[in-house]
Write a protein that binds this ligand. Structure first.
Ligand code: FAD
Length: 415
């Protein structure tokens, strides 16, 4: 949708084929008991410049922005709290680290020293290694790793620190903490994700003579003399951007010998899950924050949807990356998450309903030295877009959007 919106904004006609009935892919609306939720509890950060630009480009003036912008605050209730003051970057981060609650002075200085050392190296490693190894080699104290670096690594890379790429982790730290202060802001959606961007983008396409075909699966891409034919459609296309998730790519590219190298790269990917647990408590139930973490066996980040978007009493809990939760039946997982929440926040009461959404292939494993395919393929005018294509970033909304925008630019170059 990013690629399509970008092209439509330059009056290039586009047709988007989406196999699902709802737009959004891995960030889409799901209705449960009449409540519009997302398949996951997505957050954006201020550094997601392209995503924010396209949300603005496609938003009509009278529409609400749909995002709540908060200064960076990381909470691991009740042990740890880091809050960025309104100072210019990078002072805001230095002050946040030095004033963090729940760490001793020596620990805070070690954390600040790590960022300073990485800044001196321009956040570049000679050779990639694991996040765990990087933190150990910089003698990060256990409490700093436990409350700060590990939660950041797992939520940003969706990969456990022993497996996660230290270079991509440093890229995230660079983009979040080393640019403007606003880059580290948290932006929490106050509407569902389909409404926030892809449905606005679809309306925007309509205004520019382009369109979206929902419920249409592209089964194959055939080369013709001067373009491409998609198996679902009579029409012919001069350029094709394949924007499917990586595990759906192989059937489309395997028949093309020129794409064997790309096929081998994506076949070598492994995937990490993200589970989202929604619990509907009585409407008066509240968490002491809009978003914060707890240290528990299963629950990681908690979102109070009442505070965020008026869905009173609805608490969403995110469990990123592989872990013990995958062994449990969904009802059992919801029961255990409720028990963890009740232990931390005894006033919540009993849930009226609960639902687990398990995205088993939420993102690729962001492992050390992973090779990812480029946007351009060996077949002229056939491109790849998505969070998995080669970039500095882990699998995020922003990497997907940037990849789409990059493909749109290639289409313009090749036209
Ligand atoms: C639960 C969860 C939580 C997440 N949380 C965050 C977060 O907080 N912040 C963040 O930045 N990122 C987060 N992510 C990651 C983010 O959602 C993804 O990186 C991003 O949505 C990927 O977008 P994409 O366009 O690359 O792929 P997708 O969203 O997978 O889009 C691919 C689309 O192609 C369609 N498709 C597939 N095959 C075909 C076909 N043959 N024909 C037609 N259509 C087809 C699919 O239906 C889908 O709509 C999360 C992901 C999940 C699952």
């Amino acid at each position: 949708m990013a690629a399509a919106a970008e092209l439509a904004s330059r009056d290039i006609p586009v047709t988007v084929f989406e196999t699902a009935r709802t737009l959004g892919g891995r960030a889409r609306r799901v209705e449960i008991n009449g409540v519009a939720l997302d398949n996951g509890l997505h957050i954006l950060i201020g550094a997601y410049r392209e995503t924010l630009r396209l949300i603005e480009l496609t938003r009509r003036q009278q529409e609400a922005p749909g995002l709540v912008r908060l200064p960076l605050e990381l909470i691991v209730h009740p042990h740890f709290r880091l809050r960025a003051p309104r100072l210019p970057a990078p002072l805001h981060l230095a002050a946040a680290l030095v004033c963090a609650r729940g760490l001793g002075l020596a620990e805070r200085m070690k954390a600040a020293g790590f960022i300073a050392a990485m800044r001196r190296e321009n956040f570049r490693l000679g050779t990639d290694t694991s996040v765990e190894h990087l933190l150990t080699s910089h003698r990060q104290p256990p409490a700093v790793t436990r409350f700060l670096w590990n939660p950041l690594c797992i939520s940003a890379l969706n990969t456990q620190p022993h497996e996660a790429s230290a270079q991509i982790f440093l890229n995230v730290l660079r983009d979040t903490f080393n640019g403007a202060r606003e880059d580290s802001d948290l932006l929490l959606p106050a509407m569902d994700f389909s409404a926030l961007f892809p449905e606005r983008a679809a309306a925007f396409l309509g205004l520019h003579g382009s369109g979206v075909r929902l419920g249409v699966t592209v089964e194959s891409v055939r080369r013709t003399g001067d373009g491409f034919e998609l198996a679902t459609q009579d029409g012919r296309f001069s350029h094709v951007i394949l924007a499917v998730s990586p595990h759906r790519l192989s059937p489309l590219i395997a028949p093309h010998a020129e794409l064997a190298g790309i096929n081998a790269l994506v076949q070598a990917f492994s995937y990490q899950p993200i589970y989202s647990v929604f619990l509907q408590y009585p409407p008066a139930s509240r968490l002491p924050f809009s978003m914060g973490g707890i240290e528990a066996t299963y629950s990681q980040w908690l979102f109070d949807r009442g505070r965020l978007c008026g869905q009173d009493g609805l608490i969403g809990v995110v469990i990123s990356a592989a872990g013990a939760h995958q062994e449990l039946e969904q009802d059992e997982l919801a029961r255990r998450v409720h028990a963890e929440l009740s232990a931390h926040f005894p006033g919540l009461g009993e849930p009226r309903w609960q639902r687990v959404i398990a995205e088993k292939r939420a993102t690729f494993t962001c492992s050390v030295g992973l090779h990812r395919p480029a946007n351009r393929t060996p077949i002229p005018r056939l491109y790849l877009a998505g969070d998995y294509t080669a970039s500095d970033h882990p699998a995020t909304l922003e990497s997907a959007v940037r990849s789409g925008v990059a493909c749109a630019k290639l289409v313009l170059e090749d036209s």
